[in-house]
Ligand binder design. Structure first.
Ligand code: SAH
Length: 346
């Protein structure tokens, strides 16, 4: 029998489970606080929990904790990239970023990814497995412990497709924003998707106030299909309709991520087509010069090209930002650190 993953239980689920073990309900609250507020790495740290309850817990529950396998620190901007080992030996990466308005953590939602975006290192070997709610939380908890810094925002923009791991993502969101736990504001959480349309609608109906980012990367279906296989399944119109519905339901900020690839999606015609496509949508376009990976021959648009693209969009009154390059001196692109680690192991 597989054990229950204790850190993925809501407080009320844990209370029910603890009662079944013949323990009083308040013990659940104590355990929950050790896990989600004090971010304990194991039962050993839980000083007000009796030895006999700890033994019961070890017998009945799994307690996830990440091992720090590698940390890369940028000398330029304080970005830190963590390579974490999971209990089954898989590795994932997460990033700590310092911004003027506070610290942000970017987490992975799966080991690998099966979406196949052409420019992305995370997807080259496909998906290994989904991460559990506890394993998504653990990335934030571990980084908070390792850096000793307050984390005010979380973006689910690391390896994996969060809407391909929907149920665990939702539990993760509930736990992260629970007032009895880390109590992060939902508005400080952003989920990024390649555009799994039915799950965007589902998310819109959950009555959450998290931000949605859509990886658009092209202004027509032909080009998008060349960069993102998911575009074979859902057209741009379908994806944008889902995003509009998300905004209508939640009123939350929409972001369109657009990775600029030199000569592929960064021409004047691309900018004009994108302007037309996004007319009347309340959103921000985030331009990201593509981070080249050695497995693919994609080159980033240079600084002046990115600025020109931005100007074109702004002439059509679209809100545009160019993503500040974080950690340029470390393996910054999604999935690069993990890939390098796996290759060294081989
Ligand atoms: N699967 C989700 C979230 C993970 S990827 C999604 O597709 O949105 C996070 C963002 O980084 C996406 O916009 C993705 O397209 C982009 N990305 C991945 N690899 C990149 C690279 N090498 N250069 C620039 N952007 C990249």
């Amino acid at each position: 029998m597989t054990k229950i993953d204790i850190k993925s239980l809501s407080l009320s689920e844990l209370e029910d489970s603890i009662k079944e073990l013949g323990e009083p309900k308040f013990r659940a609250k104590q355990l929950y606080e050790w896990m989600h507020v004090k971010k304990a790495r194991s039962y050993d740290e839980m000083t007000n929990i009796s030895k006999s309850l700890k033994e019961k817990c070890i017998e009945h529950y799994d307690y996830t904790a990440l091992q720090v396998v590698d940390v890369q620190k940028s000398k330029i901007d304080g970005t830190q990239k963590f390579l974490f080992g999971l209990s089954d030996g898989n590795v994932i990466e997460s990033v700590f970023m310092r911004y003027k308005f506070g610290n942000s953590v970017c987490i992975s939602s799966q080991v690998g990814c099966r979406m196949g975006c052409r420019f992305c290192a995370s997807t080259i070997d496909g998906v290994v497995r989904n991460l559990g709610p506890s394993e998504m939380l653990d990335q934030i908890y571990a980084i908070s412990r390792e850096t000793g810094e307050k984390i005010s925002r979380v973006v689910v923009m690391g390896s994996g497709e969060p809407l391909d791991n929907y149920d665990n993502l939702l539990k993760f969101i509930k736990l992260l924003t629970d007032e009895n736990g880390m109590n992060m504001g939902q508005r400080n959480l952003t989920v990024s998707t390649c555009g799994i349309v039915p799950n965007i609608y589902r998310l819109a109906d959950e009555e959450l106030s998290i931000n949605l980012a859509l990886s658009l990367h092209a202004s027509n279906n032909e080009k998008r299909k060349k960069l993102m296989p998911i575009a074979e399944k859902y057209s741009i119109d379908e994806v944008l309709d889902a995003c509009r519905a998300y905004f209508d339901k939640t009123g939350r900020q929409l972001t369109f991520e657009y990775s600029l690839v030199s000569g592929v999606n960064d021409t004047d015609e691309d900018a004009a087509e994108l302007s037309k496509l996004l007319e009347g949508i309340n959103a921000v376009v985030n331009l990201i010069p593509v981070n080249p990976i050695k497995e693919r021959d994609f080159k980033p648009t240079d600084r002046s090209g990115a600025l020109a693209f931005k100007n074109k969009l702004e002439k059509s009154r679209i809100n545009v930002t160019i993503r500040r390059e974080m950690g340029r001196d470390i393996d910054g692109a999604c999935g690069q650190l993990r890939r390098r680690h796996l290759q060294q192991e081989k």
